[in-house]
Design a protein around this ligand. Sequence first.
Ligand code: PEP
Ligand code: MN
Length: 339
Amino acid sequence: MIIVMSTTATKQQIDKVVEEIEALGFKPHLIHGEDREVIACIGHENRKIDLLDLQVFEGVEAVVPISKPYKLASSETKRKPTVIPISEGVQVGGDFLCVMAGPCSVESREQLLETAQAVKAGGGHVLRGGAFKPRTSPYDFQGLGEEGLKLLAEAREQTGLPVITEVLDPHDVELVERYSDILQVGARNVQNFALLNELGKTRKPVFLKRGMSTTIREWLLSAEYIMKGGNPQVMLCERGIRTFETATRNTLDLNAVPVLRGETHLPIAVDPSHGTGHWQYVIPMAMAGVAAGADALMIEVHPHPELALSDGGQSLTPKRFNELMAHLRPLAQVMGRRL
Ligand code: PEP
Ligand code: MN
């Protein structure tokens, strides 16, 4: 259920409704709309009938049932698309097209700083780079850990680019949020509920990647975990799903973009690097993602892909990243977006 307050509701009236919601055993979540407050009530489905009584409270305009299982993420609860501010002049959502780019893994100071400068020069807005890497094989490079986080912070200092990096372990959330502007949840952790609960407690935006076999409904319920915990700043990233096709690493499910646009107010990103697994397909699928309506792109860039410790085959060189940006400029304009 959501309680829609009238545009003229006073603070006292809102407080009284909140009190009553709590007394009925529900958890109220205040959503600040442009001209009114909306209060989402989280609690037992079979007790929601009690909430209808709130209709008679002063300042209440309507008590509306929410049919979706993801209450806070649903566009039924909040129609206006959410815009997440990242840094001065950079946001995810609205009329902005945010390009996040950088190496799959932070490998060394030289590699990261060189890539960061290239991303900055090419017109990227956010620097990506993994310090804790979720690798299929335990024998593969696992990332530099905190040392990698420090290098990301140094690259931000040098370039002014905000940074995004993955947090793998719920125990590392505090550590990673000390260094990173955005916390990434990787495909393999989309249903790590302990991690999602921990991320609900942070005040940093969360970039939630789709799992390789996660339905859109399951993915939105994962977003709901973070939001229910008190963190409304969640963005969703389509990064490809597993299908029978082997010509590409994953199948980039661009259907997800318009489906999500209808289902949720949360911003939507597309990652054509993991979505295709081949640098040759990254530019066309990045453009397709933007044409489908994505608010952000995540692109892997490496100055020497042949030497990369992870995902070299899908990484763009700085020169190819510049080409991507040149392709995106006129497209962004057609889509009514600032790049
Ligand atoms: C990554 O962004 O480097 C990554 C590991 O992505 P995913 O979780 O989508 O596989
Ligand atoms: Mn990668």
